[in-house]
Design a protein around this ligand. Structure first.
Ligand code: ARG
Ligand code: ZN
Length: 243
């Protein structure tokens, strides 16, 4: 890998209503959020508590909008079984998924804001899906998920990050510099929020890989950065993106 990794993003918009056919400005606002959050230029980065200032990280990965594909459909919701990624099922098949991050924007339904495929899966379904109401910061972006952090969280998964609570009580996210969390946090937790896991650590509720509101999440950790960069190294599952 020579220098900074730059990820081209293909945005696949599936719309039934005019509102779902989100604007170019809304799409660009999401690209801007990804660039800020992955390069520590988000305006709330300095809100990270002193306790975590030694582990907050500038990941240093850039994103660039490659192209936008739009398709009118009759579907009211797409679910979470990848139908939106398959033209044979009325969706849009990914474009160059081994070198470009495909992002599907549609109505998912079931209260799901977004979902992602981890590294190592089929390239035919690789990428992230974000509900059109939770993409970017303008247009149809809806409070309290109107700061583009759903995509930051999902791209974190796409780059091999686990939920900070490890999807279990005091579970692991395979990062040593993130505290154990009892479970997912929601809303805007008061600081400090203690876990009852071993050592009663202060939870890092402001991490992008928790479930808090967009305005309450504003950092990745150094070990999360290491996990993300590792997938782009030679032999890693996303090496093809780093060429
Ligand atoms: N996959 C999660 C969900 O659909 C995404 C959570 C994103 N959180 C956020 N504050 N934007 O619930
Ligand atoms: Zn998640």
């Amino acid at each position: 890998v020579n220098g900074v990794i730059e990820i081209p993003i293909v945005v696949n918009v599936l719309y039934r209503t005019a509102a779902e056919n989100i604007s170019q400005a809304q799409i660009q606002s999401q690209i801007d959020v990804l660039n800020n959050d992955f390069n520590a230029t988000n305006s709330d980065y300095n809100n990270v508590p002193t306790l975590f200032s030694n582990v907050k990280a500038n990941v240093g990965i850039r994103f660039v909008l490659d192209q936008v594909v739009r398709k009118s459909t009759k579907k009211t919701s797409w679910g979470t079984r990848d139908a939106m990624k398959k033209s044979a099922q009325g969706g849009l098949s990914p474009i160059s998924p081994t070198t470009k991050l495909n992002l599907w924007v549609c109505t998912i339904g079931g209260g799901i804001l977004g979902y992602a495929q981890f590294p190592g899966g089929s390239s035919a379904t690789d990428g992230v899906v974000i509900d059109s109401k939770y993409l970017g910061t303008t247009g149809t972006a809806t409070y309290p998920y109107n700061l583009g952090r759903t995509a930051t969280h999902e791209v974190g998964h796409w780059m091999n990050l686990r939920h900070i609570w490890g999807d279990a009580t005091c579970g692991t996210d395979y990062c040593n510099d993130t505290p154990s969390h009892n479970t997912a946090n929601y809303g805007t937790p008061a600081y400090p929020h203690y876990s009852t896991c071993t050592g009663n650590p202060v939870e890092m509720t402001m991490n992008y890989m928790d479930y808090v509101d967009d305005r309450a999440m504003f950092m990745f950790s150094a070990d999360q950065k290491s996990r993300m960069l590792a997938i782009f190294q030679a032999g890693g599952p996303r090496y093809s993106f780093a060429q």
